[in-house]
Design a protein around this ligand. Structure first.
Ligand SMILES: [Mg+2]
Length: 219
């Protein structure tokens, strides 16, 4: 662990226990009659993208209209996510704070909620890279900003190429888009975190399996 100059960490199902767009849908669709079907459709698209069977950009654009969310739902989402930090992250808050200079969050999720959720843990806002929501005049979320490179397929690799962060770099995550950083050579190692979810197609490609963040402190 000590020899990695940069440690990149995924957000959904890695730093928090859940996929935040599913929680956002649950908040936004609280009174919708087709709530269950829409949340299931979002979950299915997320799973396909994280397993690598559906391009990330397509999964994202197909999920946005299902959300039915607006700006007002985001503060409730932040409150909910602060109650769903990955348990081992909270056990090692001191380590995350003292390593903040080399820690980065790179996520296909959205800055609008990731920054307020991760800043209290000690992550630097300028080290958090994620998508941006597009809002209409009424404050409804209508999509993801297409100018943000993370909205594209393999966007994490494209972003890392641009940032050129100090090497060697490690990526810790749970999904196929995290593994892609290792496959592209942008990171020299991919450690899969299985504390929240175990995706076989991703785990079999990892250099190391972390059952929790306890394991990185032991390295
Ligand atoms: Mg993830």
């Amino acid at each position: 662990m000590h020899h990695f100059a940069t440690i990149i960490i995924d957000f959904d199902s890695t730093l928090v226990q859940v996929e935040s767009l599913e929680d956002l849908a649950a908040i936004a669709l609280a009174d919708a009659p087709d709530r269950q079907e829409r949340i299931e459709a979002i979950t299915e698209l997320t799973n396909q993208a994280m397993a690598g069977t559906l391009p990330f950009d397509e999964a994202l654009s197909r999920r946005m209209p299902l959300l039915g969310a607006n700006r007002e739902h985001l503060s409730e989402l932040v409150r909910v996510l602060k109650g769903k930090y990955t348990p081992s992250l909270l056990r090692h808050k001191d380590w995350f704070q003292s390593n903040s200079e080399r820690l980065y969050v790179v996520s296909g999720g959205f800055r609008e909620f990731i920054v307020p959720v991760m800043e209290p843990i000690g992550f630097k806002p300028e080290h958090i890279f994620a998508n941006n929501f597009l809002f209409d005049d009424a404050g409804n979320i209508v999509g993801a900003d297409a100018d943000n490179i993370l909205s594209q397929d393999d966007g994490k690799t494209k972003l890392l190429k641009r940032l050129n962060l100090p090497s060697p770099r490690l990526i810790i995550g749970d999904g196929f888009s995290d593994y892609q950083l290792r496959a592209s050579g942008e990171c020299s190692a991919f450690y899969v975190l299985t504390e929240n979810i175990h995706r076989p197609q991703v785990v079999e490609r990892a250099d190391r399996i972390l059952s929790s963040f306890d394991d990185i402190l032991a390295l």
